[in-house]
Design a binder for this molecule. Structure first.
Ligand SMILES: [Zn+2]
Length: 704
């Protein structure tokens, strides 16, 4: 994944809260505060060693004050508005806010001490108020609109894109509404933010509302030792004997995938299939109200429904394109899923299953079937992926394809002793400083992500400011006896995040707001997912995947198994993702008032895609946090969209050779260096020679 840049956070803040806060008197003495000083470090990298948590709040206060002065200067300019004095000036405004946020919000993710969390709670309302004041500044918007109306046709390339995005951002945040409408817009935004918060809280409370407590280990037969250890630890944390399971995904999966006891699997499934549906934490009313609010916001801004509003600045553009993709994939995936299920039913029968294969049997038997078909375990692969070798492999792939050179940057300060910094060169040109942060910490959020401490852009003096890119992971650490050995899925994650990093490091764009990974949400995962493809390429693996003890290369048989495993249950997984995509689109295209019975609506969408018996009490919408509490509303299709793009783009490498420099050069020119500075479809077409097609994805997954 990629962390949402803070500029987007601003827009989200506007949607979330309108809290008023009085700025405290600024006690900061700018000279004493490293966040506000000129940085005399190499390439103006952050002087992490001298930054302390107590520096942030006064720095934010001073930075916002400076940003307000920048905005006032642009607004009060007596010259006729033009692209330079308004749009470019806005992109450069608030440089200090950008700097301080770039550090603070990144560290909040990977070093979230209670002190940092407290500060976040105080500074977020300040930032919200600042961003509201920008978007709802009528005079400022008049200047932006004037430039849009007078210069849009004349401008080209990155200039045109920056103007379009700036104008759109103002519109999407209600700048063009009448005063009365603005009031309504604000009220609905605040309500929506409370509703999505409440949805998330209910979903979480429902997840924690039921526990399976077992003291008889025999009932847990089939569970591997590591899963038993996790459940035992959970019990210990709750001061009970034995083993404890809850309704969180890893816990549910452990039972459904491994427990031999069918009644236990059924019990777990039935408790997990309708979280927050009815009962104390019911989310049905929240869903109805969220959909109504979203529809009203969309309509206020001139769109027929929320999907039209959300999609207008994405690559897909409109719901017609989204449905087109979903339908094409359904046509190929559904028959494949039916076949896979037929084979699974037969397998389960041979394994002794009595009666019909039910939903609580799926994970259990498909895991067994997979193990029978492919004799390759996670543990077998790990010794071939010691972290140090994987780093060398990933670097040398980037060196070979993109001409990048990585040199340890011992003189660059880091925010934690575990972090390593590198200078990244292309020939003699410094492209970026790259920070790598690999292992878990109690103050680090789970998952893996790429982020920037600074975006790439050209400053007012024409100087190319290079980006500070950071990759944060939670990989298996080393133990006393063994070095850090990565699982194959961790190797793939590294490649994924490194693909985002390439997008950042190779960026060659004049404006920060459209550089690097600042591209449409359904396009930004193309470089990352494309980079994952090398994970199963022998030409890549042969350069670094050697057994850490014997030095033996990764056996060829393992590599071909890895490729084949990708196709296991591909039809079923595709259909599952598609049903969520359809459900999301239904909720955000149908008139909200027509959606009264949540469970019935969901069933109506899922039924035609079902390959297993329906469970009457199931309802997943009430815990579908991606679309009701996260940022995926009318965006869930994006997972499949990005897969279509990357599989199609990778097919060019497959044709020309996965190590072909010329293809890589074209990829850099067309996509990696361009950030979001051009229309995503045009960028794709320039590389691929035509619009994206699902053929390559279907072929790779064995669905065609
Ligand atoms: Zn990603």
């Amino acid at each position: 994944m990629r962390k949402i840049p803070f500029l987007f956070l601003f827009f989200l803040f506007v949607m979330q809260t309108n809290a008023q806060i009085k700025l405290k008197a600024v006690p900061a003495k700018p000279d004493d505060n490293p966040l506000l000083r000129q940085w005399d470090t190499p390439y103006q990298t952050p002087p992490f060693r001298s930054i302390r948590p107590e520096h942030y709040e006064p720095a934010f206060q001073a930075a916002i004050k400076a940003a307000q002065a920048d905005i006032a200067f642009i607004r009060d300019n007596s010259d006729t508005p033009n692209f330079q004095n308004t749009i470019v000036a806005l992109d450069r405004a608030g440089a200090l806010v950008t700097r301080v946020s770039g550090l603070f919000f990144n560290l909040l993710e990977c070093d979230a001490t209670p002190q940092m969390q407290d500060i976040a709670a105080r500074v977020q309302p300040m930032l919200t108020e600042y961003s509201n004041s920008v978007f709802l500044d009528t005079l400022l918007f008049q200047r932006v609109k004037y430039v849009y109306e007078h210069e849009f046709e004349r401008l080209t390339g990155a200039d045109k894109m920056l103007l379009k995005n700036t104008y759109d951002d103002f519109l999407d945040n209600g700048a063009n509404l009448s005063n009365d409408q603005k009031k309504v817009f604000n009220e609905i935004s605040v309500e929506l933010s409370n509703l999505t918060l409440s949805f998330g809280q209910n979903a979480l409370a429902a997840t924690n509302s039921w526990q399976l407590h077992l003291t008889d280990k025999k009932r847990l037969k089939g569970l591997p030792d590591n899963e038993l250890a996790i459940a035992a630890q959970r019990a210990k944390d709750h001061h009970v004997e034995g083993y404890l399971f809850d309704l969180s995904h890893p816990s549910v999966n452990a039972i459904l995938t491994y427990a031999d006891d069918r009644a236990l699997r059924k019990e777990m499934y039935l408790h997990s299939c309708n979280k927050a549906f009815g009962g104390e934490f019911d989310n049905c009313a929240n869903i109805s109200r969220i959909l109504t609010c979203r529809e009203r916001i969309a309509q206020l801004l001139g769109y027929p429904n929320y999907a039209a509003y959300a999609l207008h600045n994405r690559m897909a553009g409109n719901s017609g394109q989204v449905y087109d993709l979903l339908n094409q994939l359904r046509e190929a995936s559904l028959p494949a899923a039916q076949k896979e299920l037929q084979s699974l039913r037969e397998f389960a029968k041979q394994e002794g299953l009595k009666g019909e294969l039910q939903r609580w049997d799926f994970a259990y038997y498909s895991e067994k079937q997979k193990n029978k078909l492919y004799n390759l375990s996670t543990e077998q692969l790990k010794p071939y992926f010691p972290l140090d070798n994987v780093i060398k492999g990933v670097f040398s792939l980037a060196e070979h394809l993109y001409d990048l050179r990585f040199e340890p940057a011992a003189d660059v300060e880091v925010y934690h002793p575990d972090v390593t910094a590198y200078y990244v060169y292309r020939q003699d040109r410094l492209m970026a400083v790259l920070y790598l942060d690999f292992h878990p910490r109690s103050t680090k959020r789970s998952g893996a992500w790429m982020t920037n401490f600074r975006e790439q852009y050209i400053d007012a003096n024409g100087h190319d400011v290079r980006p500070l890119v950071s990759l944060v992971m939670n990989f298996t650490p080393s133990t006393g006896k063994t070095p850090s050995l990565l699982s194959f899925s961790e190797v793939t994650t590294f490649l994924h995040e490194f693909g985002h990093a390439l997008n950042g490091m190779l960026s060659d764009v004049p404006y920060a707001a459209i550089s690097g990974t600042n591209s449409p949400r359904d396009f930004v995962e193309l470089p990352s997912q494309l980079n994952e493809n090398w994970a199963t390429e022998p030409e890549f693996l042969n350069t670094f995947a050697f057994h850490y003890k014997t030095g033996e290369p990764l056996p060829e048989a393992y590599i071909s198994q890895l490729k084949e495993m990708r196709r296991f249950m591909a039809g079923y997984s595709s259909v599952r993702q598609l049903s969520f995509g359809y459900l999301d689109m239904m909720y955000h295209t149908k008139p909200a008032q027509e959606i009264t019975d949540i469970q019935a609506r969901e069933l109506e969408i899922f039924k035609p895609l079902d390959v297993m018996p329906t469970v009457p009490q199931a309802c997943m919408s009430t815990s579908f946090s991606h679309i009701f509490a996260g940022g995926y509303a009318a965006g869930y299709y994006g997972y499949k969209w990005a897969e279509m793009l990357e599989a199609d783009a990778f097919s060019v490498f497959q044709q020309n050779g996965v190590m072909d420099r010329e293809t890589a050069d074209r990829y850099v020119d067309a996509i990696l260096s361009k950030g979001g500075s051009e229309d995503a479809m045009e960028m794709f077409i320039r590389f691929r020679g035509r619009k994206p097609s699902v053929e390559a994805l279907l072929k790779r997954d064995g669905l065609k």
